[in-house]
Design a protein around this ligand. Structure first.
Ligand code: MG
Length: 379
């Protein structure tokens, strides 16, 4: 069945976070993003969420996303029907970069295609790829920098009590080894990892060698945000696997990183990768190279989270993802019911058609700073 879009709406929204989130690039107190609502000629509604952050994370911001979607991606989407959401990659290729913006509209197409097929997105991905999918996915929690190592240990204890299966702590220069040692001492057997968000250089190798003694699951993105080569110099010096996150923008980047030995694990973010089709390709080439993957998070609302959970149901997502429950970040999610953590530290993969979650438009409108509706034929 083909997808003919009749209207696309953009919502620039702001959602207050329950607690501020600090990483090596700054403190976030509210999440600002752009939601895409795409409506087909026969009335099917699909949703997508721009999974980015501020310019400290990527050149893409909520404002560039608005511009690129409004002026380029949406007009391209109206140009002809889509026979398959995987055509979006090629259709939007004219726009170089701006992966997260393109992925937001592509996400809505996947939601629509799965609804047309009468399948949950996870089941639809299974039918597209031939892979089996799980009905629950293991989740970990990502914890921002805390004022002291003691405060961090306390926060970790709280999340473990909630049932999270894996703890990730953010680090930055001056707040690294001592924090990791404190958590490891307090919880000797907990699956633990650190995320540097590109805050170090190869000259800091000694810091990571100290962490090698802590039996971490992985060290995420220690070096430059667009680097692969220096990571390939660091990885052989460490027992601990390096996981690349920010550096992987496409299947080609993943292929290069694996061939160079720059990492042993990849964090797949479908937005940063240029959409779900690219993410599926990265999943498959990692599986072929015995490189496990996991699903990263961008503090998504339930809309982006539903897409992530469906993707993480694929078989090479063998490590717990940053797929926390709705109440990890938000007092009130945009979807109903919210994602909740199961007692065994998993999230249920939605089983209803499409994203499989109900978007509460009243809440979307309450969070909206700016709204735009573009009709096919108007561009
Ligand atoms: Mg990361």
């Amino acid at each position: 069945m083909s997808i003919t879009l009749a209207r696309v709406e953009l919502f620039h929204i702001a959602m207050p976070l329950l607690t501020p989130f600090e990483t090596s690039f700054g403190v976030t107190t509210e999440r600002r993003t752009v939601l895409v609502k795409a409506i087909t000629r026969d009335g099917i509604v699909g949703w997508g969420e721009w999974a980015g952050d501020g310019p400290g994370y990527s050149y893409e911001t909520e404002h560039t996303a608005w511009h690129i979607l409004k002026d380029y991606v949406i007009p391209l989407a109206f140009r002809a029907p889509f026979e398959d959401p995987r055509e979006a990659t090629q259709r939007f290729r004219f726009v170089r970069g701006h992966h997260i913006a393109k992925a937001a509209l592509e996400a809505a197409l996947w939601d629509i295609a799965a609804q047309q097929a009468g399948m949950s997105l996870a089941a639809y991905l299974s039918s597209c790829t031939g892979h089996p999918v799980r009905s629950r996915v293991p989740v970990g929690v990502s914890i921002g920098l805390q004022p002291t190592p003691e405060a961090l240990v306390e926060r970790v204890a709280g999340f473990l009590a909630q049932g999270y299966q894996r703890i990730k702590i953010k680090i930055k220069p001056g707040r690294d080894v001592a924090d990791a040692v404190a958590v490891r001492r307090a919880f000797p057997r907990v699956p633990l990892m650190v995320d540097a968000n590109s805050a170090y250089t190869l000259a800091d190798a000694a810091i990571f060698k100290q962490m090698d003694e802590l039996e971490l699951l992985m060290i995420e993105q220690p070096l430059g945000y667009d680097d692969i080569f220096d990571h390939s110099r660091l990885q052989p010096q460490l027992k601990t696997p390096i996981c690349l996150d920010e550096s992987i923008h496409s299947p080609d980047h993943a292929r290069a990183a694996i061939a160079l030995g720059a990492c042993r694990i990849i964090n797949i973010k479908q937005g940063r990768s240029g959409g779900l089709a690219h993410a599926l390709a990265i999943h498959d080439l990692c599986a072929a190279a015995s490189v496990p993957v996991w699903c990263g998070g961008m503090l998504e609302s339930g809309i982006g989270r539903a897409l992530n959970v469906a993707m993480a149901a694929l078989p090479n997502f063998t490590l717990p993802g940053d797929l926390s429950a709705s109440n990890r970040y938000y007092a009130e999610d945009l979807i109903d019911p919210p994602f909740t953590l199961e007692p065994d530290g998993t999230l249920r993969v939605p089983q209803q058609p499409g994203l499989g979650v109900c978007v509460v438009e009243q809440r979307v409108r309450r969070a909206t700073l700016r709204h735009l509706a573009i009709e096919a034929g108007a561009v």
